[in-house]
Design a protein around this ligand. Structure first.
Ligand SMILES: Nc1ncnc2c1ncn2[C@@H]1O[C@H](COP(=O)(O)OP(=O)(O)OP(=O)(O)O)[C@@H](O)[C@H]1O
Length: 257
């Protein structure tokens, strides 16, 4: 099967111009193909969030070129960009980002209401997905009545409702206990495998990274190394730890599930 690039970044540099100029990314090349599940790792301050924000079209590079599914986000007008983001990208965050006054169902349906889809059509989509993500019994609950794992599954469901090509996850297991984290990672793996949704996940956690097909390591805003999974997850986990020890950085930056 021919591979199709979803993300193409060429020589991307990001300079933050605050009191002191800071080069957060330096001439970074990165490509993600359709169907890949990729982890981005690196010490604190190495540029992971900056990279994810640029791929998410939330931020733009100072220099260099970014294509998402063949489209250069920088060339889109604000309303076109909002639409592009809503239809092509799904976001999952560490702190779930659910609206507290809405129920699980209302949180999930939110992106569809923005598109004005007929109610019956929306209900059908939600119930199919809720079934798949084991949320059917808690659709009427509010976020403060959910466990961390249920809250993150709700957020994943919301991210999937538009059938996005690309899911961007920033520390999705950062606030979860080890069992819920495992559940969320298995769910992301299933989505990646069955729907062929490309997933790019920033994580400090080598166990979370070991669920991916590839881990990209960055240091000081530059490419450091990348490794591919070609064997059991446990062996991949060991290889991830080896690269992290070469990478250095603060040991506290590592969070084990
Ligand atoms: N808006 C900003 N203005 C100035 N400097 C910034 C800004 N955002 C980030 N930086 C700097 O850019 C560098 C990269 O930041 P980034 O948040 O991408 O790192 P990170 O790898 O995600 O870190 P962490 O793991 O701690 O979240 C850091 O040195 C940070 O201080």
């Amino acid at each position: 099967m021919t591979k199709k690039p979803i993300v193409e970044m060429t020589q991307v540099t990001k300079i933050y111009e605050s009191k002191v100029m800071h080069r957060a990314l330096n001439r970074l090349d990165f490509e993600a193909e359709e169907g890949e599940f990729i982890a981005i790792m690196g010490p604190s301050g190495s540029g992971k969030t900056t990279l994810l924000n640029i791929i998410s079209t939330i931020d733009i590079p100072t220099y260099g070129r970014v294509l998402i599914d063949g489209v250069e986000p920088e060339t889109l007008k604000a309303n076109e960009l909002a639409l592009f983001r809503r239809h092509n990208l799904g976001f999952v965050f560490q702190d779930f980002n659910l609206l507290q006054m809405l129920t699980v169902e209302e949180n999930i349906v939110m992106p569809l209401t923005l598109d004005g889809l007929p109610i019956m059509e929306m209900k059908k989509r939600i119930h199919q997905l809720a079934e798949q993500l084991s949320l059917s019994d808690i659709l009427n609950r509010r976020p403060d009545e959910l466990s961390g794992g249920q809250a993150q599954r709700t957020a994943i469901c919301r991210a999937l409702i538009h059938k996005p090509k690309l899911i961007l996850a920033d520390e999705p297991t950062g606030n979860l206990d080890s069992n819920s984290a495992k559940e969320v990672l298995e769910l992301l793996s299933q989505i990646n495998e069955h729907e062929r949704t490309t997933i790019i996940m920033v994580t400090h956690d080598p166990i979370a990274a070991s669920y991916c097909d590839r881990v990209l390591f960055i240091k000081d805003g530059e490419f450091f190394n990348e490794i591919y999974k070609d064997e059991r997850r446990q062996t991949f986990f060991q290889r991830i730890l080896n690269v992290l020890s070469l990478l250095g950085g603060n040991v506290n930056d590592l969070r084990l599930l």
